[in-house]
Design a protein around this ligand. Structure first.
Ligand SMILES: [Zn+2]
Length: 325
């Protein structure tokens, strides 16, 4: 069996009948997916890892497979770190999807010092609605001050573009530090992967019974209450270690968010589920890193069970529909 066949087997579950209510209702958004395709563009030198292949056609098959109708929903392609600021693959995919009449959007990664307004406008036309600042992909030390400066600079660069946002993947405790800065930022923020808020399985013993007391949670919640932050329910395997229960210790966090800020939640599968960054430092960069075998249907079933029907509907359709159009 080739690598591609293996990957398709792991990441493309069979289609289920319409009665499977945990699957995505029609017109749902999957707000966090990636394409890795060396045929469309090469990876950046100095990248932290080389992912396995995940072409657009596999992504579309995956999206259909988790939809109640079996039809393609709305997707947001997020520029992944191995391409750094070269958005060629992202743009080609958005172009192809637009040509075929599909609703697709993008979150790009740009060099704020060199990108031109012309380039940004071109991205906007193809559906890009924001940029991503990823401070967790390479396993290096996290520098708070330089992150705040980058955040402000990036916001200034994109704030004239209609509907653009900044997507941030940061450790949970940093929301306490970013709180003041994000309140006054000229663009809203998308907090990736639960804002990094950890499930009890990844918390130190003294916080396991009180996961909502972990550093950062109340700042993140406060920013969401002020509509400054949208929180992405995605990448649960990055915040929980409980593989077998499909990360069910994320439940108290997701339920608290759904109760407090139901209009600020959006959902993303994070397909094709890249590795978590551990063991990357000494790896041969030319060796392709396998994706994580994630049961997306089981995760969706969990999340659906934890939420009210109203919160589920808002997270999948209404909320992302307000910010991606
Ligand atoms: Zn991702």
């Amino acid at each position: 069996m080739s690598l591609t066949q293996q990957e398709t087997k792991i990441t493309t579950p069979k289609h289920c009948p319409a009665s499977e209510s945990h699957l995505l209702p029609s017109d749902s958004f999957d707000t966090h997916v990636h394409v890795f395709d060396p045929r469309l563009g090469s990876y950046a030198t100095g990248r932290a890892y080389t992912p396995d292949d995940a072409p657009l056609e596999s992504l579309l098959a995956f999206n259909k497979s988790i939809s109640v109708t079996g039809k393609l929903g709305k997707i947001v392609l997020v520029q992944p770190s191995p391409y750094k600021t070269d958005c060629t693959v992202l743009m080609r995919c958005l172009q192809g999807l637009q040509r075929e009449g599909h609703n697709a959007y993008g979150i790009a990664v740009i060099n704020v010092d060199t990108v031109s307004d012309h380039m940004l406008r071109g991205m906007h036309k193809l559906g890009v609605r924001g940029i991503r600042l990823n401070f967790q992909a390479d396993g290096k030390e996290f520098d708070v001050l330089s992150t705040v400066i980058q955040l402000q600079k990036a916001a200034q660069r994109i704030c004239h573009l209609p509907g653009w946002m900044i997507q941030l993947f940061v450790p949970s405790w940093t929301w306490d530090i970013f709180h003041g800065c994000i309140r006054t930022l000229p663009v809203p923020v998308i907090a990736d992967h639960l804002g990094g808020i950890l499930g009890p399985s990844k918390l130190p013993p003294q916080l396991r019974d009180v996961p909502l007391s972990q550093p950062g949670f109340h700042s993140l919640l406060s920013l969401a209450k002020q509509s400054r932050v949208f929180i992405k329910i995605s990448g649960l395997y990055r915040v929980s270690a409980l593989n077998e229960s499909h990360f069910d210790d994320a439940r108290p966090i997701i339920q608290a968010l759904a109760r407090e800020v139901p209009c600020q939640l959006i959902w993303g599968s994070d397909w094709p589920h890249t590795g978590d960054g551990s063991n990357r430092l000494n790896r041969d960069i030319n060796v392709k890193e396998p994706f994580q075998p994630i049961d997306n249907e089981a995760i969706l079933r969990n999340v659906k069970n934890w939420l009210t029907d109203e919160a589920w509907q808002k997270m999948l359709k209404d909320n992302p529909g307000r910010i991606f159009h």
